[in-house]
Design a binder for this molecule. Structure first.
Ligand SMILES: Cc1ncc(COP(=O)(O)O)c(C=O)c1O
Length: 393
């Protein structure tokens, strides 16, 4: 060996080290089961719960959520895309899965047939494709008819709903399992638009009855509709946000004791003491007003912590709130830890979640960013591992 050169260790000698994770999400499965069970208990008799697990279970991990929600009483799942449905099937989940997004191509319906996913049908064209694909495949394809009762997104205009149902019910390959619509304004306490949508939904159901058509499972409510008004429950509710532990509107905060299932944590990677008058991060948006101890956290906007939170958010460390200061950068944020001298390098800090008696919820971020908690939850990137945690409830 030449002098000055490090000896190459044999594979056996390389220590197996677990690199310390800089930032991560903690997913509390029991919270999801608890929330699901709570909601199920509040449903009208005979009403079942479809867990909406699209967008990777609102960022929590779709399979994790599906399993936890099943334990709490969910009997079906809503996804946005075929790939999301296939992920559930490949994980061994056999319960009904409704694809809420719009499918158009025959291959997409063939995929539904193969994986036993239920497409949303909003037109005769889709019904014909679904039926033909099913007849060619030698087994029926189950789907749900979607009505537009006032969202102007997916669905057949409600006034044409009963007629379409009649035409669809004549197709040999298609099995109509349900009829549904989506509420545009259920989180508004005023209830005007929801009332109008419900009236339209009911009008279609009445017309179906007159025509002696069987629409199957009737479903209308999202989280807000489910929590706000049992008359919106029908045969099934499609619940997303509330499963994850968040009320869909502030006036529904006390409707049910929900447990947030996701926490965001990051470690202190560096501590530094600086004098007063020091500019922090890009653009020096913050200047220290006193001699300060700064803690750098290994998390940034590339992990899903919006740059719009810069200088407005807080974090929790050892049960204490610390202000975040300066511009949030791609991989790191700086917090003012002057008032918490015991904070050490390597300590885990909570960006969302609970520490001691303090808690920061996604709504705190969505208010700052002028968005909604749904978007906050869906914004975390896969650079953050999702780690299961268990808490006592
Ligand atoms: C068709 C449909 N149903 C139900 C839901 C669940 O909504 P929430 O998360 O408000 O419960 C969604 C979510 O956007 C949806 O698109």
């Amino acid at each position: 060996m030449h002098s000055g050169q490090m000896p190459l260790a044999s594979t056996e000698e390389v220590p197996v080290i677990q690199p310390q994770q800089r930032a991560w999400l903690e997913i509390d499965r029991e919270a999801i089961s608890h929330n699901t069970a709570q909601i199920c208990r509040s449903l009208k008799p005979g009403c079942s719960l479809m867990a909406v697990v699209k967008a990777d279970g609102y960022g929590h991990g779709a399979v994790t959520v599906a399993e936890a929600a099943t334990a709490g009483g969910a009997t079906g799942f809503g996804v946005a895309t075929l790939a999301e449905g296939i992920e559930l099937r490949q994980a061994g989940i056999t319960a009904p899965v409704l694809v809420l997004g719009n499918l158009q191509q025959p291959e997409e319906f063939r995929c539904c047939l193969h994986w036993e996913l239920n497409p949303t049908i909003s037109s005769l064209r889709q019904g014909l494709i679904a039926s033909n694909v099913a007849l060619a495949g030698g087994k029926p394809l189950g789907g749900h008819l979607k009505l537009d009762t006032g969202m102007a997104r997916l669905g057949i205009d409600w006034q044409e709903g009963a007629q379409l149902l009649e035409e669809l019910s004549k197709l040999d390959g298609l099995r109509l399992l349900g009829i549904y619509s989506h509420l545009a304004d259920a989180d508004n306490p005023d209830g005007r638009i929801t009332g109008e949508q419900q009236e339209r939904f009911e009008a279609v159901l009445r017309r179906c009855k007159e025509l002696e058509l069987r629409p199957g499972i009737r479903h209308l409510a999202n989280s807000a509709g489910t929590l706000a008004d049992p008359s919106l429950h029908y045969d099934m509710v499609r619940v997303g946000l509330a499963l994850y532990g968040h009320a869909p509107a502030s006036h529904l905060n006390d409707a049910m004791a929900l447990k947030p299932a996701l926490s965001v944590k990051a470690r202190v990677t560096l501590l530094r003491d600086v004098p007063a008058g020091v500019g922090i991060s890009y653009g020096h948006q913050h200047i220290t007003q006193r001699p300060s101890r700064l803690a750098v956290l290994g998390i940034g906007y590339a992990d899903g912590v919006s740059r719009r939170l810069s200088g407005h958010m807080e974090v929790l460390a050892k049960g204490q709130r610390l202000p975040q200061v300066g511009a949030i950068t791609m991989d790191q944020v700086v917090v003012d830890a002057t008032d918490l001298p015991e904070l050490a390098i390597g300590d885990a800090v909570t960006l969302l979640g609970r520490s001691g008696d303090e808690e920061i919820r996604p709504s705190a971020w969505s208010e700052i960013c002028d968005t909604i908690p749904w978007e906050v939850l869906c914004s975390f990137k896969h650079r953050l591992p999702r780690l299961p945690v268990s808490t006592q409830h």
